[in-house]
Design a protein around this ligand. Structure first.
Ligand code: ROI
Length: 167
């Protein structure tokens, strides 16, 4: 039998994971497994897990952060829906703006696309400022192109420098 040739387009995307409630290491580790099992996604790669100083209101617990990457045939909004479904499975709680949360899954990059819609801004608006995004991203994709930025290395030079430690 002839091998079927697929015309599907696979786009590599980067997703930021963050949690600082309800056993954050378990939240992030479980979310990575759930990302691996997503339909229409393949080839998951993920960074180490990092403990990071909270950005936002003081007095909240430290965060656990990581960055994952998948190739997908989902559109950006379909992928966002899938990420939000995972957040809901984790009984996502967000008590206050920029306050503690059980699980955040941010679509950081979708290929080289720039998207600005009511539900979705890609690249993620704070990608260039957050050390807890840039260092894990550099671990898995040091040469990745971030639209509108000179380079990932340049972002790393200028980002905030709160404590960030691999665990
Ligand atoms: N701070 C850290 N360190 N890590 C996060 O993932 C994170 N996520 C957020 C805010 C509240 C801005 N602070 C964070 O959404």
């Amino acid at each position: 039998m002839a091998e079927s040739s697929s015309t599907e387009t696979w786009t590599r995307c980067y997703i930021g994971l963050g949690s600082n409630l309800e056993h954050p290491v378990t939240q992030v580790a479980t979310a990575l497994l759930e990302l691996e099992r997503l339909d229409h996604c393949r080839a998951l790669v993920h960074s180490s897990l990092y403990r990071s100083d909270p950005v936002g209101p003081p007095g909240q617990p430290d965060y656990i952060n990581a960055v994952a990457s998948v190739e997908t045939t989902l559109s950006p909004i379909e992928l966002l829906d899938a990420l939000q479904a995972i957040e809901q499975q984790h009984q996502r709680v967000r008590i206050q703006h920029w306050g503690p949360r059980t699980l955040d899954l941010d679509l950081l990059l979708y290929g080289d696309q720039q998207i600005s819609s009511e539900r979705l801004t890609v690249p993620h608006p704070f990608i260039q400022a957050r050390n807890f995004v840039l260092y894990p991203l550099a671990e898995i994709a040091p040469e990745v192109h971030i639209p509108n930025q000179i380079s990932l290395a340049n972002c790393l030079e200028h980002c905030e420098n709160g404590t960030l430690e691999p665990i």
